[in-house]
Design a protein around this ligand. Structure first.
Ligand SMILES: [Zn+2]
Length: 176
């Protein structure tokens, strides 16, 4: 992902971006023939398997593996890096999310592609952006929000206020 930065201060509490475009910049497959297209306009990673045998994009190009921003071992360098990955696994129940990306069941995700809100995916993206789970407590005055698993089917006002609170603490790093 890459943020589009406006020249003026935009939005809540000096949030500087007018849009946050999401670009697919790579595919990971065990065999190239799995992809039923032949052009290479998007990077295709083959031959990189994780400890469980699942195909993954080259760690040399991943932000999670190079938080110092050094992509010197990535073919194409920083311009061809990726920020996070979506990891679909057959038969995987529920989901997982972190600064590395999101993981969930292949059947669930592909079956939900036409939904306005892919509930588990949105929850896991919340983790990618730093939000916690609420397994054992509920904030006063709240009942239902996406990061309290199973209590909401879409992003709520309370979820967005939690993200704004993160920004309140982090914006100083950017001189804002
Ligand atoms: Zn969670």
């Amino acid at each position: 992902m890459d943020g589009g930065h406006g020249g003026e201060r935009q939005g809540h509490n000096a949030w500087p971006c007018t849009t946050v475009p999401v670009n697919i910049v790579g595919w990971a497959v065990r065999n190239r023939s799995t992809l039923q297209w032949t052009d290479n306009s998007i990077d295709i990673h083959t031959g990189n398997l994780d400890g469980g045998g699942a195909p993954r994009c080259s760690p040399d190009c991943g932000r999670f593996f190079h938080q110092d921003g050094n992509y010197s071992r990535c073919p194409g360098g920083a311009a061809r890096h990726y920020d996070q990955s979506l990891w679909l696994t057959k038969g995987f129940h529920g989901g997982a999310g972190g600064d590395w990306g999101q993981r969930m069941g292949q059947e669930y995700f592909t079956g939900a592609l036409n939904q306005e809100n892919i509930r588990i995916y949105l929850h896991e993206v919340g983790h990618t952006f730093g939000l916690d789970d609420f397994y054992d407590w509920t904030p006063t005055g709240q009942c239902c929000f996406l990061m309290k698993a199973g209590s909401a089917a879409q992003i709520t006002q309370f979820d967005t206020w939690m993200l704004r609170d993160f920004w309140r603490h982090l914006k100083g790093r950017y001189g804002l």
